[in-house]
Design a protein around this ligand. Structure first.
Ligand code: SF4
Length: 356
């Protein structure tokens, strides 16, 4: 048969694909300043795995618009481990967890300073000071108020404090001692919250974020996906974060630790985790989006793809679980052709380098 008479290859459209250009059109709308709807956000989560490349490509346009190819690194310091009276079902440090985690009270000044040195050496811009607690007691507040000015003066790191629930007065004290940002995750949707914690409420968490915002600090708040919630729950959380105006959104993928009530929870697939990360980018286009705990465990070989929509990762270990070696993160960022940035402020909305 001659080449000229060859029939045109005809491939029937696979119905599992979304209509061509669907996600790209959503990204264009977002970049034009029109938020996507909850139904559209849900459609990202409900898309088939075949759509993942198109979702990421569209999400990357948004990510690139606001953050270029920059990657912001965060360094976590578990300044007080275990001994928490709360019952968050995902947490290995709660009173009801039987997981064998280290238990210690807030670390001494030298240990906190030494960790800041390591954070600085690893290229992190932000030092996340975390304690396991319902909220900080007076001793813990005093320790934070003492160490924060020292770390900032010595290493020039931004400080994000994660101390649990905060009163408005505590938030003001943290602002006064130099804390730049407070992390307090919503963790899940309002309707799913009572299934993952009974010792405090979703409303308590929202109030702490409002106290942080009113004190003049930035809000870092995200959640954990893969805790048995529905796709609509994940959408709901993403919209609540947008409405609160949080500046930084860490998205954890549940690492179901043995000994916690969520032990044995089905793992989220890498494709579903990527769709969720992308959905957070579409709903919160200009906000820092961090792939947090569970990155290595659930994204596995697809970790680099997550950075097409997220613009930040933790470097080093998580609170009670291991992360990959810092060099592996630097190599990943390098291989993507992305670069570690010194500061997210360089990529603020007002920056001419990231014009709308
Ligand atoms: S308040 Fe924090 S440390 Fe305590 S159980 Fe909940 S997540 Fe864990």
């Amino acid at each position: 048969m001659s080449v000229a008479s060859s029939p045109e290859p005809s491939v029937a459209a696979d119905p599992r694909f979304s209509p061509p250009g669907y996600f790209d059109a959503l990204a264009t709308r977002v970049l034009d300043g029109s938020p996507i709807t909850r139904a559209e956000a849900l459609s990202i989560l409900q898309a088939s795995d075949l759509d993942v490349p198109a979702i990421l490509a569209a999400g990357y346009r948004i990510r690139h618009h606001y953050f270029g190819n920059s990657v912001q690194l965060y360094f976590l310091m578990n300044a007080k481990s275990g001994l928490c009276p709360e019952d968050c079902h995902y947490c290995s440090q709660s009173k009801i967890s039987e997981a064998p985690v280290p238990k210690y009270n807030i670390l001494k000044r030298d240990e906190l300073l030494d960790a800041a040195r390591v954070a600085s050496e690893r290229g992190a811009k932000t030092y996340c000071l975390v304690i396991s607690a319902r909220g900080p007691n007076e001793r813990e507040m005093n320790a934070v108020e003492t160490i924060v000015p020292e770390i900032k003066q010595k290493y020039g790191l931004d400080i994000c404090a994660c101390l649990g629930l905060l009163t408005d007065e505590q938030a003001k004290r943290l602002k006064a001692c130099g804390v730049d940002r407070v992390n307090h995750n919503l963790n899940s949707s309002e309707s799913h919250y009572e299934k993952i914690c009974t010792t405090h409420t979703y409303a308590d968490r929202v109030q702490t974020l409002r106290n942080v915002r009113d004190a003049g600090m930035e809000m870092c708040s995200g959640g954990i996906i893969g805790m048995g919630e529905s796709k609509a729950d994940i959408v709901s959380m993403a919209f609540d974060l947008a409405e609160l105006g949080v500046q930084s959104i860490p998205v954890n993928i549940l690492n179901a630790i043995d000994g916690t009530p969520l032990e044995g929870t089905d793992a989220m697939s890498p494709q579903d985790a990527l769709k969720a990360l992308a959905m957070f980018r579409f709903v919160n286009p200009s906000r820092e989006l961090r792939i947090a705990g569970g990155r290595e465990l659930h994204l596995r070989m697809l970790q680099p793809m997550g950075l097409y929509v997220a613009n930040s990762v933790f470097v080093g270990d998580y609170l009670t679980t291991k992360g990959q070696a810092p060099q592996a993160d630097y190599d990943m960022i390098n291989d993507l052709g992305f670069e570690v940035t010194g500061s997210c402020e360089e990529f603020s909305l007002d920056s001419p380098s990231v014009s709308r």
